[in-house]
Design a protein around this ligand. Sequence first.
Ligand SMILES: [Zn+2]
Length: 385
Amino acid sequence: MNQAPSLLPLTIAPAQILRGDKILASAGSTIARLGTSPLIIGGDRALQAIAPILSPILAQHSLPIATAQVSECSEATLGELRQAVSTHQANLIIGTGGGKALDAAKLLAHQCGLPIVTIPTSAATCAAWTALANIYSPEGAFLYDVTLSRCPDLLVLDYSLIATAPQRTLVAGIGDAIAKWYEASVSSGTSEQTLIIAAVQQARILRDILFQKSAAALEAPGSTIWQEVVDATVLLAGVIGGIGGAQCRTVAAHAVHNGLTHIPASHGTLHGEKVAFGILVQLRLEEMILGNQLAAAARQQLLKFYSEIGLPQTLDDLGLGNITLGELRQAAEIATAPNSDIHRLPFTVIPDQLMAATISTTVPADAIRYPAGNSCSGSQLEDAK
Ligand SMILES: [Zn+2]
């Protein structure tokens, strides 16, 4: 009532979505309506997978294409891509691949004022959907994110392309998607704004769908249940980011991810794997600092789920079992920097506490003693099973 009206535009969803098995092969005319000179951006694997499908359909519409390979969404990469836009006189950007390539393509289109098509080749993130891009250093350390003016003009979700990605990418996508509930319920669980309430509830539905269907989906790639899980990680996770906006995006799980990316040994693992580990760390912080027993119960529930589907539970599982105390401290300091989303937690976190939480993600709940009468307060846990 006494809140100032938000000046931020709503960026809820892509303008158009084509979805289906081998749907890319019939997407030519829809893509051609968006531009006459496309620049295709993608990782090595994505460009190889997509070229045999995309080249002939764009040729049918007489669209001259150029390609640019990216491995990192960094400022240097963006500079090279802007050069490629000008050389090719591109008037349409087609982003293909995983989160970093899609982010680079979306940000390039935003900077150049061009339409953007996203074609994800894995279900590892909801980057194909959102109006957000993460910028990394050339070495792969997370630096900052950029809010874009709109979601993509067209998203092509072709299940047969997603099925060519390593299974591990879908597992990571599941980790990134369930984080929405653990983060949004903490940052926005008490919001009275209609769209935020809706986003938080959708995040719970998303988590429950993934709890119920992930194990069966991973056993049957390409099946109907597998497609439902892909829809959850690529589409529904994007819907939540769209209707929730910046306010219900990330808290500690992503802050932990951001800190870990500054340790070189973390670069062998995927975004969603580090975020999934970050959820456990976030729950440990609630246990340690608030004495929240429901957080302990939620963590035990997640550990069981993670062992079923293969998400990392410890630093060791992330390939970080041999990092130094100095590296761990550096990651904790970055994750607790003044502008970090970790401060959306309803309590203060200092690096020492974060380090302690990071190395104790699998401690059994019954090994912890809580002060009497301090049983709960974490909003995300009211229905922990
Ligand atoms: Zn994420």
